[in-house]
Design a binder for this molecule. Structure first.
Ligand code: N01
Length: 862
């Protein structure tokens, strides 16, 4: 019996697991659940397997990941027995691949077709779900898995008058199975996303007239489709397992070495050459990853975007049409880019017209045409290529009611609250495959699907083996993962673009980054780590007992995590194991590899007299704006042992540009050659000298402040106290970034954050030992928190970082200043470490804190 005849092939109404969806996720679930010995039902609304490839039958529908990669890895034989006819296979070919797998592995009998899930209800007393179908079945199950796809619910038409049209109406995501013949017809196509871009050239081959209604032009690159190339086949044939394994540990799920070249660091000729090479490959991941910074740096992105626009202009003959087709309102890659075959060339055909909806909006659809701008045009057919209610649409379209009557739709009204994109609190035993919060649509779906199905099935087996029958994420874990996802979005260029990634295509949908931006590799590591750490963030109960290992899987800022991870892989020796000279050389060498920071107006080097009369080097950073400028005397970090007047240069330049103040960065004497109180007294001497020479230096008399980071924050704080106690200079403010304020006490953060966050407790001990004897550490020149009084100090901004060993002493200084009546701004940088805010051009999440620091500086001088 054929599956699409609507036959219910299975009838059990109480099973271990119900799965909604028989696309590639559902099929792999059949394999894993059956192999693991669970009883299960798969309910599928379509008439056959295939999911998205069952529904999306519009002309030109094909995948845009090279098809050899867009395949299952779990059955190695498939790679040998299935031959793809093209680099990017068409929908019918991919559908027959899904059917082949389902037949080969005898999956059809497990699937009930033409059966849509209507609602699902959790019962706390039986600890089971009841899943009801539109065909009237009610099935109870321990676990309910939605494998319903990310782009499976077409979004509702939001164009006036759609109901009026009496001609042919086609939705790309629900295309008639028998196909559509457009020969000789006048066709309107609304929408220029992937579906529009793939179908328009083929519709134009048949139709007598095609009018494309475009709201936002899309970046599209040629697929250069054809037979699967030898260089694509070779690595798979040479060592299939290694190839499949490497795919799992890439950002997008397709093996491709990540670029290590900045678009800003190469000559225009080199940039062009690299772009052309990426372009020729005809692969989305290639063109999205030509330069390491194109997805995070707007300037780098602009260079790539412009080169793509040049290609469009070179293809489309009519310059007005070409300009309309050039995306200019968002960075490349922040909306899903497309792969096409002859898309732009199609506009050179005389019977194809482009309408810009921004200048000629659709006023209404009539019974036989469309009224837009100031004209009405008659059409025989309208094709809606207007997209999907992506990622959450299919999930909330089923009425899912969890514990205490909460519906998922209600819970997610402001955005999908979930843990790892797999589960949601208050919805026990409910799993999503490639749900929001997982890399899903930003990855090769096959790789992501297999990872999710494996994770879920392995978890069910683990629970069964341990007598546990209920699993649910904790609130802390869920909130932590949602915050982590938002933090990733915050440092991406994607958050400002109106895309379906952000839910912006569906009116009223909350604006939240839906997929996880941390990559297939980063995400897999997080999921694996959750399991290795005893199902961190999950509570599991059952006859076997109760296990709850509450916690957050990624609590540092995403870019901080990446840097920490890279450093831990480098296996660097601890600085405290080096001599001071060795530590300085090491620190200078790593400093030389940093991005330099933004251009300032001028940099001038000089010397000034230190406390013992010997010369101290300084570097002056002058803003490009017209002077004179207010002046910040700056003291670098480095534990009084390492660093110099130029070692914090990227941050100093950044603060100079942002604040409009001039910075004088001073190379105070270092320990152990010059121990306490040399650095402290040099700090004050330098401040006094700069104040005395403020006019010659180009500063404004009376407009002077101090600033410093870490040990430099200590020097700055001491200088401010000495200025107060010695009748000047009168300071407008002090800015202390993660300062050392108290060497007499072990604050909890010193051990809590004492390892794994670059500045360690043992390194801090080494710094102190080099700088000051224990007996001296209670002196306020070493520990400014120990001053008899903090009253009368200038307005102060203290920045502390959540994962800094020095956090608590910074907090204590801010609190003590406030208690002493000083005006204090306390910036508490969540997810940051001691060094991260200073890492200009590397840690993007530090930028907003530096902006606040600059705002404080402007406030000092206002
Ligand atoms: O949908 P889309 P899609 N009035 O949302 C426009 C995957 N996919 O079906 O950009 C006028 O991208 C809308 O305009 P705007 C792939 O992940 C993969 O094309 O919102 N226009 C846009 O131009 C893809 O990204 C393949 O301003 C309206 C278009 O309609 C995802 O599916 C193939 C409008 C919708 O584009 C979705 O692609 C196809 C309105 N009221 C799809 N509403 C592969 O190759 C919307 N638009 C694997």
């Amino acid at each position: 019996m054929r599956p699409d005849q609507g036959v219910v092939m299975t009838s059990a109404n109480d099973v271990d697991v119900v799965v909604a969806g028989a696309g590639f996720s559902g099929l792999y679930l059949v394999h894993r659940l059956r192999e693991a010995g669970f009883s299960f039902r798969v309910l599928e609304s379509g008439g056959d397997v295939g999911g998205t490839w069952y529904w999306n039958r519009y002309p030109g529908a094909r995948c845009d990941i090279p098809t050899t990669d867009y395949t299952y890895s779990w059955d190695p034989e498939l790679d040998r027995e299935w031959t793809w006819s093209e680099k990017y296979a068409t929908q019918p070919e991919i559908l027959s691949y899904a059917q082949h797998v389902a037949k080969k592995h005898d999956m059809y009998p497990h699937i009930t077709f033409n059966t849509r899930v209507k609602d699902a209800q959790w019962d706390d007393s039986t600890r089971k779900w009841t899943v009801r179908t539109e065909t009237g079945e009610a099935i109870t199950c321990r676990h309910y898995i939605m494998a319903t796809g990310c782009l499976s619910v077409p979004k509702d038409p939001d164009i006036p008058g759609t109901e009026n049209f009496a001609g042919g109406v086609y939705v790309t995501g629900r295309w008639p199975h028998e196909g559509v013949d457009f020969t000789g017809r006048r066709v309107a196509v609304i929408g220029t996303g992937s579906s529009g871009i793939q179908s328009i050239p083929l519709i134009a081959e048949q139709a007598s007239q095609v009018t494309v209604f475009q709201r936002t032009p899309n970046f599209s690159v040629p697929a250069f489709n054809g037979p699967v190339s030898e260089d694509r086949k070779a690595p798979l044939l040479a060592d299939r397992d290694a190839y499949r394994e490497s795919a799992k540990w890439t950002r997008g799920g397709v093996p491709l070495p990540p670029s290590e070249v900045s678009a800003l660091a190469v000559t225009p000729e080199q940039r062009r050459e690299m772009f052309e090479a990426g372009w020729k490959r005809g692969e989305l991941f290639s063109i999205l990853g030509i330069f390491m910074d194109q997805s995070t740096n707007r300037e780098a992105n602009d260079l790539v975007s412009e080169m793509i626009r040049e290609k469009i202009r070179a293809t489309v003959k009519d310059p007005v049409t070409a300009e309309l087709l050039c995306p200019k309102t968002y960075p490349f890659g922040t909306k899903r880019p497309c792969l096409d075959t002859n898309y732009f060339d199609t506009y050179n055909k005389p019977h194809v017209r482009l309408v810009d909806l921004n200048t000629s909006p659709i006023r209404t659809i009539t019974s036989d045409g469309i009224t837009f701008g100031d004209e009405t045009v008659q059409f025989d057919d309208i094709v809606y290529a207007t997209g999907f209610d992506a990622m959450t649409g299919a999930i909330v379209s089923v009425d899912i009611t969890g514990r205490n009557g909460t519906t998922l739709k209600k819970k997610w009204e402001h955005g999908p609250l979930q843990y790892l994109g797999l589960m949601s609190t208050e919805f026990p035993n409910f799993f999503m495959i490639t749900g929001p919060g997982s890399p899903s649509v930003l990855s090769n779906m096959m790789v992501s699907i297999e990872q999710h199905v494996d994770w879920v099935t392995d978890t069910l087996v683990h629970m069964r083996d341990n007598g546990l029958d209920m699993i649910e994420p904790t609130e802390t874990a869920e909130a932590g993962w949602v915050r982590h996802g938002a933090e990733f979005a915050d440092i991406s260029l994607m958050k400002d673009t109106n895309s379906w990634y952000m839910g912006a295509n569906v009116p009223g949908k909350p604006r939240v980054m839906l997929p996880y931006l941390g990559g297939v590799d980063g995400y897999r590591r997080a999921c694996n780590e959750v399991v290795e750490r005893g199902y961190l963030g999950f509570s599991m109960t059952g006859p076997g007992g109760k296990v709850c290992n509450d916690g957050v899987i990624r609590s540092v800022q995403p870019d901080v995590f990446i840097v920490l991870d890279m450093m831990s892989q480098m296996g660097l020796p601890p600085m405290e194991s080096m001599t001071p000279e060795g530590a300085r050389e090491f620190s200078n060498a790593s400093g030389a590899m940093r991005p330099p920071g933004p251009e300032v107006g001028e940099m001038v080097d000089g010397t000034l007299p230190g406390a013992d009369g010997s010369p101290l080097e300084y570097r002056l950073y002058r803003p490009a704006t017209k002077g004179p400028h207010p002046v910040v005397v700056y003291f670098h970090g480095g534990g009084w042992v390492i660093g110099s007047h130029v070692s914090d240069e990227p941050m100093v330049r950044d603060l100079c540009v942002r604040s409009g103040a001039m910075f004088v960065s001073v190379n105070y004497r270092h320990a152990p050659e010059a121990r306490f109180p040399a650095a402290a007294e040099d700090g004050y001497a330098a401040l006094t000298w700069v104040n005395d020479h403020i006019t010659e230096l180009g500063g404004i008399p009376g407009k002077i402040a101090v600033a410093g980071w870490s040990a430099g924050g200590n020097v700055a704080a001491v200088a401010a106290q000495l200025a107060r106690d010695n009748n000047g200079p009168a300071l407008c403010g002090q800015l202390l970034l993660t300062p050392v304020t108290d060497g007499t006490k072990e604050y909890p953060s010193l051990s809590l954050n004492g390892e794994g966050y670059i500045l360690t407790k043992s390194l801090m001990d080494w710094f102190w030992d080099n700088y000051a004897d224990r007996k001296d550490r209670s002196h306020p020149k070493a520990s400014p928190l120990k001053a008899a009084s903090l009253a009368g100090l200038p307005p102060t901004t203290v920045v502390t970082a959540q994962f800094d060993p020095l956090r608590d002493e910074g907090n204590a200084y801010a609190e003590a200043l406030r208690e002493a009546g000083v005006k204090v701004t306390h910036i508490q940088a969540g997810g940051h470490i001691h060094t991260s805010i200073s890492m200009v051009g590397v840690i993007l999440s530090g930028e907003k804190h530096r902006e606040k620091m600059a705002e404080s500086i402007r406030g000092f001088f206002a």
